[in-house]
Design a binder for this molecule. Structure first.
Ligand code: PEP
Ligand code: MN
Length: 333
């Protein structure tokens, strides 16, 4: 829409699309609103909208993903997670334990990362574990602990949702729903998470192509929820000196193809704490909008992902090291 288009102009475009049996998705931006129109099997041409008041241009999106594409929405999307903007000039730092283990553990780590500069608290109450005998998470009790940690620190909470049954419960506690790598193509979960309207942190599947990753995000947007933060967390390759291979080249690729913000998780991306600080620096240098890292005050006792957890002091070191890199690429941290 034109910069000067009114809400009424947008409403007219939406109504015109609906009259034609199509679905309209208005996505407001800082400069202008874009209205995505999906469901067109090719029969409706641009003429149906071009002459409506407030319409600047009608673009056919050539990619299979539509609403997430930069063709459709040229401006960067800034997602607000509990009031913290993700995708602006400021780098966002998401930090916390892999799993919520106890009240004391989560509150301790939340206070440590808050004092050392984190913007958002992460921590899983529902854990997708390779082994059914491994710690599966505290479920709702864990969500309550996260809510208490938010109260205590002011940090908005990012936490994983594993299945459609618990989406509404998790959404009632979380500021941002994490959809993990193993669920990136759980399409029913993506749709249901999308319908909550809550921001979604969508992690790249461990063997997902860029197109599959963006189409997964499209599921959330197609439910009327534009608040998706993408997350690169490493992919499976033959290389085995790290847990996964962090594919940083996806960052500039996403930036070109999509308006959505992308953060990098170098903790799962490497699986080794000594690699987390250098790969955080590299992530910011590559243009990531933020990083998500695991921190534990007693990593040797962690119930999951201890080998990749930073100590609080290492997390401070990370914060010190990413600031000059952020400045070098025109950002702040
Ligand atoms: C996590 O962030 O705790 C997690 C399980 O990550 P991933 O889905 O990337 O493996
Ligand atoms: Mn983990």
């Amino acid at each position: 829409m034109d910069r000067s288009a009114t809400g009424e102009d947008v409403g007219r475009v939406v109504a015109a699309a609906e009259r034609l049996g199509l679905k309209a998705h208005p996505i407001p931006g800082a400069q202008r609103t874009a209205v995505g129109i999906t469901g067109n099997k090719g029969a409706v041409g641009p003429g149906a909208f071009e002459s409506l008041p407030g319409v600047l241009e009608v673009i056919r999106v050539s990619h299979p993903y539509k609403l997430v594409s930069r063709e459709f929405h040229p401006e960067d999307t800034i997602v607000s997670v509990g009031g913290v903007p993700v995708g602006g000039t400021r780098i966002v730092v998401i930090a916390g334990p892999c799993a919520v283990e106890t009240r004391e553990q989560t509150l301790t780590i939340a206070r440590e990362v808050k004092a050392r500069g984190a913007d958002l608290l992460r921590g899983g109450a529902y854990k997708p574990r390779t082994s059914p005998y491994a710690f599966q998470g505290l479920a709702e009790e864990g969500l309550k602990i996260l809510a208490e940690a938010r109260e205590a620190t002011g940090l908005p909470v990012v936490t994983e949702v594993l299945d459609t049954e618990t989406v509404d419960l998790v959404a009632s506690y979380a500021d941002c729903l994490q959809v993990g790598a193993r669920n990136m193509q759980n399409f029913e979960l993506l749709k249901k998470a999308g319908r909550t309207g809550k921001p979604v942190l969508l992690k790249r599947g461990m063997s997902a192509t860029l197109e599959e990753f963006l189409l997964a995000a499209e599921y959330v947007l197609s439910e009327g929820n534009p608040n998706v933060v993408l997350c690169e967390r490493g992919i499976r390759t033959f290389s085995d000196f790290t847990r996964n291979t962090l594919d940083l080249s996806v960052v500039p690729a996403v930036e070109r193809l999509s308006h959505l913000p992308i953060v990098v998780d170098p903790s799962h991306g490497t699986g080794r704490r000594d690699k987390v600080v250098p790969m955080s620096r590299a992530s910011i240098a590559a243009g990531a909008d933020g990083i998500a890292v695991e921190v534990h005050h007693k990593p040797a006792e962690a119930l999951s992902d201890g080998p990749q957890a930073l100590t609080p002091d290492m997390f401070s070191e990370l914060m010190d090291q990413i600031r000059p890199i952020a400045a070098a690429v025109g950002r702040t941290a």
